[in-house]
Design a protein around this ligand. Structure first.
Ligand SMILES: Nc1nc2c(c(=O)[nH]1)N[C@H]1C(S)=C(S)[C@@H](COP(=O)(O)O)O[C@H]1N2
Ligand SMILES: [Mo]
Length: 247
């Protein structure tokens, strides 16, 4: 990949940069391996896709298994490694009962499946993508929100990304933590094993590799929000864009 120069970080939540020809060819090679040998290699494909993070002037990425019209974003330098067995989602802060969920516990909870369009603030849109997971309102009710709570802060096990939602936004029936996308377990690049899925908002709100939810007394702006993107990231009503709603 060095022939193409260093892979720099995105300047905005959808600022793309060209993927050099060598990288695209490299990805196609991995894609072929993925077809031949199955899932473990798919993780490698996802890793490469995520590392080159984004621009696909050739349109070839969408041909790769798992590509599916999505662009891959990662503000950190690599994809966090995880083991499904060791995974925990913590819920703490202004709650009566702090919690730490295993993936098995989350998948055993009542599940919600939503099928909406995905809209990135940079313009790309993926139609009608199923996400399955647990509503944030269920996690909040399970832990018991204390008086004075106003917002949620989301942290990620990449150690860099963060997000936020106001409490009343988080309680909506289209705000969840998701462990499936396209009716399959999340891939590493898409945030495995668990990501936020904020269906009515631009996709930067949907923090990947989710590690913690902290209930707070005020909204604490997330990674991109510190850099000027809307905290209330409603699709079509924020960030100076007029996209159609995702629902
Ligand atoms: N942890 C983490 N979550 C993240 C991001 C990121 O860089 N790191 N990028 C955001 C942005 S800008 C978008 S558009 C979506 C992209 O999700 P995808 O890579 O599954 O397509 O993830 C969002 N969540
Ligand atoms: Mo984005």
């Amino acid at each position: 990949m060095t022939e193409d120069g260093p892979v720099r970080r995105a300047k905005g939540p959808g600022d793309d940069r060209p993927v050099g020809r060598r990288i695209v060819l490299g990805m196609l090679g991995l894609g072929a391996l993925g077809t031949a040998f199955g899932a473990p290699v798919q993780n490698e494909v996802d890793n490469v896709l995520a590392r080159v993070s984004s621009k696909d002037p050739s349109g070839l990425i969408s041909l790769l298994p798992g590509g599916g019209g999505f662009r891959f974003y990662n503000v950190s330098a690599s994809i966090p490694r995880f083991s499904a067995a060791g995974y925990r989602l913590t819920v703490d802060g202004l709650v009566e009962r702090p919690a730490s969920y295993t993936l098995d516990q989350l998948t055993a909870m009542p599940r919600t499946r939503l099928v909406r369009d995905v809209q990135c603030v940079s313009g790309w849109r993926v139609p009608q993508t199923p996400f399955t997971g647990v509503l944030l309102s269920r996690l909040l009710d399970a832990s018991g929100v204390r008086p004075g709570a106003r917002a949620l802060r989301f942290t990620c096990f990449d150690g860099v990304y963060s997000e936020s939602l106001a409490l009343e936004q988080a309680r909506r029936p289209d705000m969840m933590v998701a462990y499936q996308m396209d009716d399959r377990p999340l891939s590493a690049a898409h945030g495995a094993p668990l990501r936020l899925y904020a269906a009515p908002m631009y996709f930067y709100k949907s923090a990947k590799w989710l590690s913690g939810i902290t209930v707070t007394d005020r909204v604490e702006p997330g990674y991109w929000e510190h850099l000027g993107y809307a905290i209330d990231g409603w699709v079509g009503k924020s960030n100076g864009r007029n996209d159609a709603p995702t629902g």
